[in-house]
Design a protein around this ligand. Structure first.
Ligand code: ADP
Ligand code: AMP
Length: 216
């Protein structure tokens, strides 16, 4: 299964992707995570991307397309993958089409997670992840069962993203509406789009996505 998760920052793409990974045993390809890894490693790509990411703007199409193209050739993607945060522009969407066609692959589904703008700043500014295994949490919406201890791996170390602040959310939301939301029509026209109500609680959103994927 080859799946794209579409939605504004804070919609719940990463949260739902982690659950789909467990259920369908396919990897989550988050361009945001890949770029953050490049920034931490101090690679050329990381150096070029850092300031753009901190400002909440989009990294250039060439860079992200190259990263994804290389990643989907890895053996763990043979049975499928979840694209989280990519494509984010029409250029990236066309490149994804071309990439898949060249490899003889098809896109199974694009799931749009719909969320009201008003909740996004709270979701993004309250977000944190386990520094060891990457499990996602939220200050009020999704706390670990035991405070300060990761449910999944038991680590007591957590981290927050430098771009997860209320000022950057405004820029990121503008990028979403200007550059990414046209992809909703793009995939609808191709008969690939399904939408879920991302305002529902996390488990409900998971159930709704699973229903869509079971019939994909
Ligand atoms: P995205 O990957 O789309 O940017 P995340 O999956 O990281 O968004 O979710 C952003 C924050 O909102 C996280 O802290 C997550 O725990 C929380 N969250 C995700 N889905 C929901 C939901 N349906 N209801 C409430 N909070 C949610
Ligand atoms: P995310 O983790 O998806 O919220 O992405 C964090 C930041 O990484 C974004 O604000 C962008 O600066 C950059 N980024 C991630 N994915 C892409 C993409 N597909 N195209 C351009 N920039 C991206």
């Amino acid at each position: 299964m080859r799946l794209i998760l579409l939605g504004p920052p804070g919609a719940g793409k990463g949260t739902q992707a982690q659950r789909i990974v467990e259920k369908f045993a396919i990897p989550q390809l988050s361009t945001g995570d890949m770029l953050r890894a490049a920034v931490s490693a101090g690679t050329e790509v990381g150096k070029r991307a850092k300031a753009v990411m901190d400002a909440g703007k989009l990294v250039s199409d060439d860079i992200v397309i190259a990263i994804v193209s290389e990643r989907i050739d890895q053996p763990d993607c043979a049975k499928g993958f979840i694209l989280d945060g990519f494509p984010r522009t029409l250029v990236q969407a066309d490149a994804t089409d071309a990439m898949l066609k060249a490899k003889g692959l098809d896109l199974s589904k694009v799931v749009e997670i719909r969320v009201d703008d008003e909740v996004l700043a709270d979701r993004v500014s309250g977000r944190y992840t386990c520094a060891n295994c990457g499990a996602g949490y939220h200050d009020t919406n999704l706390k670990p069962k035991q405070e300060g201890v990761c449910d999944r791996c038991g680590s007591t170390h957590f981290k927050r993203r430098p771009d997860d602040n209320r000022e950057t959310v405004v820029t990121r939301l503008q990028s979403y509406y200007k550059e990414t939301s046209p992809l909703i029509g793009y995939y609808h026209a191709k008969g690939k789009l399904a939408s879920v109500d991302g305002m529902a609680d996390i488990d409900r959103v998971t159930t709704d996505i699973e229903k869509i994927l079971e019939s994909a």
